[in-house]
Design a protein around this ligand. Structure first.
Ligand code: G3P
Ligand code: MG
Length: 244
């Protein structure tokens, strides 16, 4: 089972930052997960929340700020003084650094109710097309199925994962319809029978957010392919599946 650093590696460095990527690399991780959103001027930036206050010294809605405004914010001091010089990062710069470190990236297209899903997909696709990123090293995921439809049309050679809280009863039809390679679900609601069914149908199963070694070991024994973790857990025993 693979370990994927959640939001970089959120217990060791501020989430969705280059320092988080470096922390994941230092821990020997080969995958990280990040959240991306659009700035007011259509730049693709790494950020989880709709509002700025938790993870920066800014206030208000991310989507109402330009990249020039956002790039000046302190994105690290909230985590610890050691990271006071941390800045927000654009997707292009993050992927460039990840490629240098040979780390694969699960890009979660993060959408809040007032966001424009089609615009986010187009801008993410533009970033990918402008860089020389290996498509095999990327995975798109979203809670919003329409985003996955759009990414299939825009970047058909990059794998997609449907992101859900609970696995829905129609999961198989949904994965087929969206042409997804993987299902990313919250481990809290997962049963062993569901894990086996997803694997038996030929799909990758990835679980968030697993911060206990014991839970990681259990999920590995169920055949889960990859877990998203904030912590530097041990590589759990179990089937050595490749994530998409
Ligand atoms: O992509 C898995 C996980 O990151 C989804 O939840 O809220 O941490 O983005 P969240
Ligand atoms: Mg996420």
């Amino acid at each position: 089972m693979l370990l994927c650093g959640h939001r970089g590696l959120a217990s060791l460095a501020p989430e969705n930052t280059l320092s988080g990527l470096d922390a994941a690399h230092k821990q020997g991780l080969t995958w990280v997960e990040i959240d991306v959103q659009l700035t007011q001027d259509n730049q693709v930036v790494l950020f989880h929340d709709e509002r700025l206050h938790r993870c920066t010294n800014g206030r208000g809605l991310l989507r109402e700020h330009s990249w020039q405004q956002l790039s000046r914010l302190d994105a690290g001091r909230w985590f610890s003084a050691e990271f006071a010089s941390e800045r927000l990062v654009l997707l292009h710069d993050y992927l460039t650094h990840a490629a240098r470190l040979n780390i694969k990236v699960n890009i979660e297209l993060k959408l809040y109710p007032k966001d424009n899903a089609a615009n986010l997909s187009q801008q993410v696709s533009r970033v990918i097309s402008c860089g020389a990123f290996a498509h095999a090293n990327l995975l798109f995921s979203s809670f919003e199925p329409n985003s996955l439809v759009q990414m299939q049309r825009l970047q058909p050679t990059i794998a997609r994962a449907l992101l859900v809280e609970r696995i829905p009863t129609d999961w198989h039809a949904a994965l087929q319809r969206l042409d997804c390679a993987a299902l990313n679900c919250n481990h809290r609601h997962l049963t062993q029978a569901q894990a086996q069914a997803v694997n038996a149908a030929g799909y990758q199963l990835n679980c968030y957010t697993v911060n206990s070694q014991r839970q990681a070991d259990t999920l590995a024994s169920w055949g889960v392919n990859m877990i998203f973790t904030d912590k530097p857990l041990r590589q759990a025993p179990g089937a050595q599946h490749q994530a998409p």
